[in-house]
Design a protein around this ligand. Structure first.
Ligand SMILES: C[S@@+](CC[C@H](N)C(=O)[O-])C[C@H]1O[C@@H](n2cnc3c(N)ncnc32)[C@H](O)[C@@H]1O
Length: 257
């Protein structure tokens, strides 16, 4: 995690013990925060992360937001990707610092935030959606996360019009018919680049994987992730009774030849 001193305009996480992080843009003067009231973090500008303040009688740390903090702050419109699936998509699609990435659709921008976080300052994400209202929602969420300068939003139907980019490291598709985008994704990828998909049904997954093979993508894999929370108590540690039974299936393929 970066220990660079805070600059005006950065998004900071105001974190109290046992309470969720509140994301706040660092500004000179008081900033209004939802229902909570007004906070003044002027003193933090130029200081390193980790400082503490007392606000409304409670003490808080001023921290650099983690990806989990950013995810928790997403305002939902479209069905968003879960953290377990987003994390695995980053890994499987090979998205890291400096990567050039495209995704469709933007939806609420949750996966966009994960991608923008992972590519860092040197990388870039182009996020396509055919519906302007989703683009607006995603843009707002990415802006609140302080990652707007790493993302270009484009209104485009990628099934009809394809992905007009080149030399990409990864293309991520969270839309109903990803296989219809595979030919143009292949053209847009650099050698070694990966396409990764997220679909909720077996039927979609089967069509996805068969299309990846037909187009001679390499290293084709399909996976499902099941996450089980554990309830921990001395002498009584066990799996939680509740579990999210199903989210979506992931598929990935790599352009080699
Ligand atoms: C489930 S949402 C994506 C959620 C997003 N990954 C997130 O984490 O917030 C699917 C999105 O795909 C978009 N979409 C569907 N078909 C599309 C197409 N052919 N071209 C571009 N976007 C498309 C929809 O408008 C919708 O916003």
């Amino acid at each position: 995690m970066s220990h660079e001193r805070w600059a005006e305009g950065e998004i900071v996480a105001v974190k109290g013990h046992g309470t969720p992080a509140i994301l706040v843009p660092l500004a000179k003067g008081p900033v209004r925060i939802g229902q909570e009231g007004v906070i003044d973090l002027t003193d933090q500008i130029g200081r390193p992360p980790g400082g503490s303040i007392t606000w409304l009688g409670t003490s808080y740390r001023i921290l650099r937001p983690s990806l989990a903090d950013l995810f928790a702050s997403v305002r939902r419109g479209a069905q968003i990707i879960t953290p377990k699936d987003a994390a695995q998509l980053l890994f499987r699609a090979g998205v890291g610092p400096g990567a050039q990435v495209a995704e469709a659709g933007s939806g609420s921008g949750a996966l966009t935030i994960a991608l923008a976080f992972a590519v860092g300052r040197e990388g870039h994400v182009t996020s396509f959606d055919r519906r302007p209202e989703f683009l607006a929602a995603a843009r707002a969420n990415v802006g609140r996360a302080g990652l707007a300068d790493r993302v270009t939003f484009v209104e485009r139907d990628v099934v009809r019009d394809g992905i007009d980019l080149s030399d990409l490291d990864a293309v991520l598709l969270d839309l109903p018919e990803p296989w219809k985008v595979f030919p143009s994704a292949r053209d847009a990828l650099a050698p070694g680049g990966r396409v990764a998909t997220y679909t909720p049904t077996y039927n979609q997954l089967e069509r996805t994987v068969l299309a990846l093979r037909a187009l001679r993508y390499d290293e084709v894999r399909a996976i499902e992730l099941l996450e089980r929370e554990l309830t921990v108590g001395e002498g009584g540690t066990r799996p939680s009774f509740e579990m999210l039974g199903h989210t979506g299936f992931l598929a990935v393929g790599r352009k080699v030849d």
